[in-house]
Ligand binder design. Structure first.
Ligand SMILES: Cc1ncc(C[n+]2csc(CCOP(=O)(O)OP(=O)(O)O)c2C)c(N)n1
Length: 395
């Protein structure tokens, strides 16, 4: 089947959010997607980030699909296990099946052999997409993912989806590497990118004079009804203790994916601010999320990083953020609005401005390593999911 025909089928099934990491077997599908600006498609930096973006898209009312190579099943596994499966989030996984016949480049053989068993172990229903039953296979996967409220995979062996080398005029990038047409969702383009207004302070001035709990209290005071996606660990727990809100998505697992989930929410709901409460360890685990936010530039994306320079939730082991300036990385990645703050007054001013700014906005909040004795999040994952979705108007 041609990529264009497959994309038409996806559209018929009302998929409206695509996050992908390319595989040559997806070439035709991805170039066909790039010609359909009404079907936003997002180049994810890793497969787990793609799964995170899809999670955010569904939570915000979208119908997401992730397209990737089976070698990315390993990269995506924690996101599938501790996010999609645990919270029960529907997502169509279109996974190319390199090494499916035991013959391929050496790096594909082991994963090709174990891909179906890996999906079975994780409890992800799957089918091999067959050239003679593509429509039926896609209808099955769509039915299953939304009925089960869980990810479902179509494994795509070589030869089922045609590559469209000959249709280079449909490609997002031509062979010379010149961008032809934006795959970025409408309203999130880069065309009129203003110069960065990042205010980068001197390293020496970044001595924290506020605890994470106090900093959370200050920022939460500035919020109205914005959805907030929290990084896992004590950031969730302290924020819950300051003020539990139905608009809070408490990420219990999927370390590193708060910004990816937030990106899915922001791109699906461009008319509403999406706020991320991240940690330094979390952000360092998935620095690609800075490139996704800085590159796609959703104006409504507001990224706070509570940087205590340690992995506070696991016993204060030092993180690299004491050496690496996360605000500089954000500015370099293309966030047009960046601030670094160390104390309550400037934090409140920066929070109010960030929530008002044309983003993506980034606030590095240097905090002390102090933690409060606060309870765990008491809600089961599906309760967190349902009240968050309801608060966004998509129960
Ligand atoms: C993939 C993965 N690796 C390790 C952990 C254990 N873990 C949970 S929270 C956390 C630290 C998070 O650090 P940071 O984002 O800096 O937040 P802090 O706890 O310092 O506020 C770690 C390492 C995990 N949950 N998942």
């Amino acid at each position: 089947m041609k990529g264009q025909e497959f994309v038409d089928l996806l559209a018929q099934h009302r998929y409206d959010f695509f996050a992908w990491v390319p595989c040559s077997l997806l070439e035709g599908v991805l170039s066909a997607l790039a010609t359909r600006p009404r079907l936003p498609s997002l180049p994810a930096t890793r497969e787990d980030a793609a799964v995170g973006c899809a999670a955010g898209a569904w939570l915000a009312g979208g119908r997401p699909a992730v397209l990737m190579q089976n070698s990315g099943l390993g990269t995506g596994l924690n996101a599938l296990a501790s996010l999609s499966l645990m919270y029960r989030l529907p997502c169509l996984l279109v996974v190319t099946w390199r090494g499916s016949r035991g013959e391929d480049a050496p790096e594909h053989l082991l994963m090709g052999d174990i891909s179906p068993r890996l999906l079975e172990l994780a409890g992800i229903p799957h089918r091999a997409l067959s050239a003679v039953s593509v429509e039926e296979d896609l209808a099955w996967a769509t039915r299953e993912t939304f009925a089960r409220e869980a990810p479902v995979a179509l494994l795509v062996p070589p030869g089922v989806l045609e590559s469209e080398h000959m249709q280079s005029n449909n490609r997002d990038w031509d062979r010379a590497g010149t961008r032809r047409e934006s795959a970025i969702p409408a309203g999130h383009g880069r065309a009129d990118r203003p110069g960065a207004r990042a205010q980068i302070d001197d390293v020496a001035s970044l001595k924290a004079r506020i605890s994470r709990y106090e900093a959370l209290t200050v920022v939460i005071r500035c919020l109205a009804d914005e959805p907030v996606i929290h990084a896992n660990g004590y950031i969730c727990r302290e924020s819950y203790a300051v003020a539990d809100r139905p608009q809070n998505f408490y990420m219990l697992g999927s370390m590193g994916l708060a910004a990816s989930i937030g990106l899915g929410v922001a791109l699906t709901r461009p008319g509403r601010k999406a706020v991320i409460f991240d940690g330094d360890g979390n952000l360092l685990m998935n620095l690609g999320s800075l490139a996704m936010a800085g590159g796609l530039r959703p104006k409504n994306f507001v990224h706070f990083v509570f940087d205590n320079e340690v992995y506070g939730s696991t016993g204060d082991q030092p993180s690299l953020s004491r050496e690496v300036r996360l605000d500089r990385l954000a500015a370099a990645a293309g966030y047009p609005w960046v601030r670094a703050v160390t104390e309550p007054g400037p934090l409140e001013a920066a929070a109010r401005e960030a929530l008002d700014a044309d983003g993506p906005a980034f606030v590095l909040v240097k905090v002390t390593p102090e933690s409060r004795a606060v309870p765990r999040i008491p809600y089961p994952p599906t309760v967190i999911r349902d009240r968050f979705r309801a608060a966004l108007g998509k129960a």
